[in-house]
Design a protein around this ligand. Structure first.
Ligand code: ADP
Length: 488
């Protein structure tokens, strides 16, 4: 907007008309004081200022405008009728004017000047706005950079305080931060610790995970620089995402060497103990069976009862020891599976018969689904072991219900057998653990006897058959344990 300041209404009128007919927005003031008030309130791109005015002349107005930050940049064109002398013109420029036009004015020339100065000022203001925006952006960026830096520092400080070896990698997979524990196992920041020749190559494994954008977990032995000894560590590397993209990676090595040693010693003990127990137990069983036969021949019924009870307990002890031996076989990779084409239905029937025979008549097993009366490749003894385990657990963990459903299902890919009971059930968040070694659900572990290895052995057997195993359960309602076997 252009402000015209003149004490002569006629001058204002003709100038206003001229500018408005050329699409300028125009405001007017008839005195210096009024002009100052308006200039401080509104935004003008140009002021056309008459020099000769009563009270406050144009020069004074210009000097006052120059004193305010809001108005000091507004270009001023002086209009003067008399003061054409050089000193007046000089004064006009000194007091802040950018041009000095004398009356009578040439409308065309004045219009050209107004257009030029107006555009100049508009450009000037636009540039200033851009500059201000830029400054704001730079400030914002500096601030967010500073916050980011302090966050990174804080994060690094946390990594330093960890008892593990901790490090970060950039999106290209290059190490860009390591905590002080790193140097116990590596000479330089860039090099991963040296791994045992028999273990996985960290870089190679990581490259695979990086390509897939997935976290990795690895047990490796790494060499301590001082002792030159290898220690087992659990290496974890996780991607940090920014939106869909991986920004960087965070990794830790946790020393699990002591834990590994204890686990190994425990496995060795279990293996030796179960082997050593098995031999005398086999002899005890054989002699007791001989005794049983003899008592049967002599019709000595009261003693026979005791011997039969002894044989029952021997059988229980035998199966516990066999389970322990199986665990140590799994640990040593020696659990052998002999797959042969077998009829699954007859194995299932045999397992149900065994269970009914050992648990008495009070258990009711109901069959559902299509019977798997066909040949598929599997290890008969091991699959029967899984079925017996499912069925005996179903009985054991259902003290107030004797009903069991066995459901079979087959499609073109696999066959599925599930055992459902209506017993105590398993809490949701504990279901995934029941297939782990020595895991027992705490709530029921005191009430029911067991070692927590049956389902672990079952899952290993099914794994070796390339099948799947699982459970769905509701506490207080019951559980369904199932496994699948591929048809070929
Ligand atoms: P064990 O029965 O000797 O403890 P398992 O490996 O067979 O060992 O089972 C592991 C745990 O899973 C059990 O201790 C029990 O807590 C839970 N579990 C297994 N089967 C059932 C079931 N049918 N109902 C409820 N809980 C079960």
């Amino acid at each position: 907007m252009v402000l015209i300041v003149d004490d002569n209404q006629n001058n204002i009128y003709s100038l206003k008309k001229l500018l408005e007919s050329n699409d300028f927005e125009v405001d007017t003031a008839i005195s210096g004081e009024q002009a100052l008030g308006k200039a401080l309130k509104n935004n003008y791109s140009l002021i056309i200022l008459d020099v000769q005015m009563p009270d406050m002349d144009g020069f004074e107005v210009a000097e006052t405008l120059a004193g305010y930050s809001k108005t000091k940049e507004i270009p001023i064109v002086f209009l003067s009728a008399v003061s054409t002398e050089k000193r007046f013109i000089t004064k006009g420029y000194k007091s802040g004017g950018i041009d000095y036009v004398t009356k009578p004015i040439d409308p065309e020339i004045l219009l050209l000047k107004v257009k030029t100065f107006y555009n100049l000022q508009e450009n000037n203001l636009a540039m200033k706005r851009t500059q201000q925006n830029l400054e704001l952006e730079v400030k914002g960026r500096r601030e967010s950079q500073a916050t980011m830096k302090s966050q990174i520092d804080h994060f690094h400080l946390m990594l330093q305080a960890l008892p593990q070896i901790a490090f970060t990698l950039n999106q290209n997979g290059e190490v860009d931060f390591v905590n002080c524990k790193w140097y116990l196992y590596s000479e330089s920041e860039q090099d991963f610790p040296e791994t045992h020749p028999d273990d996985h190559d960290i870089k190679k494994e990581f490259e695979e995970c990086r390509k897939r954008g997935k976290a990795m977990e690895l047990e490796v032995r790494i060499k301590n620089i001082k002792t030159q000894l290898y220690r087992y560590h659990l290496l974890r590397m996780s991607p940090v995402f920014e939106g869909d993209l991986i920004k960087n990676w965070v990794g830790t090595f946790t020393d699990i060497d002591d834990q590994k040693k204890v686990e190994k010693e425990k496995d060795e003990f279990l293996s030796i103990a179960s082997h050593e127990l098995k031999t005398p137990l086999t002899s005890i069983k054989a002699y007791t069976q001989l005794l049983e036969r003899k008592l049967k021949l002599n019709n000595e019924n009261s003693e026979l009862l005791y011997v039969e009870k002894t044989l029952d307990q021997i059988e229980k002890l035998n199966s516990l020891i066999t389970d322990l031996l199986d665990v140590s076989k799994i640990e040593n990779g020696k659990l052998k599976i002999n797959k042969k084409p077998e009829n699954l239905e007859s194995v299932l029937q045999s397992a149900i018969e065994t269970i009914l025979h050992t648990s008495g008549n009070n258990v009711k097993i109901e069959r559902h689904g299509v019977k798997p009366d066909f040949l598929i490749p599997f290890d008969k003894i091991r699959i029967e072991q899984v079925l017996i385990n499912f069925l005996s657990n179903a009985i054991k963990y259902s003290p107030d219900n004797n009903q069991i459903f066995v459901t079979t299902f087959a499609d073109e890919k696999e066959v599925r057998i599930s055992v459902t009971d209506f017993g105590i059930g398993i809490p949701d968040f504990k279901q995934e653990y029941v297939f782990q070694k020595f895991y027992r659900v705490e709530e029921s572990s005191l009430q029911f006897q067991g070692m927590g290895i049956g389902l672990y052995i079952c899952s290993e057997i099914i794994k070796q058959h390339h099948g799947t195993i699982g459970v769905s359960s509701e506490p207080g309602e019951g559980s369904t344990f199932y496994f699948t076997l591929p048809l070929n």
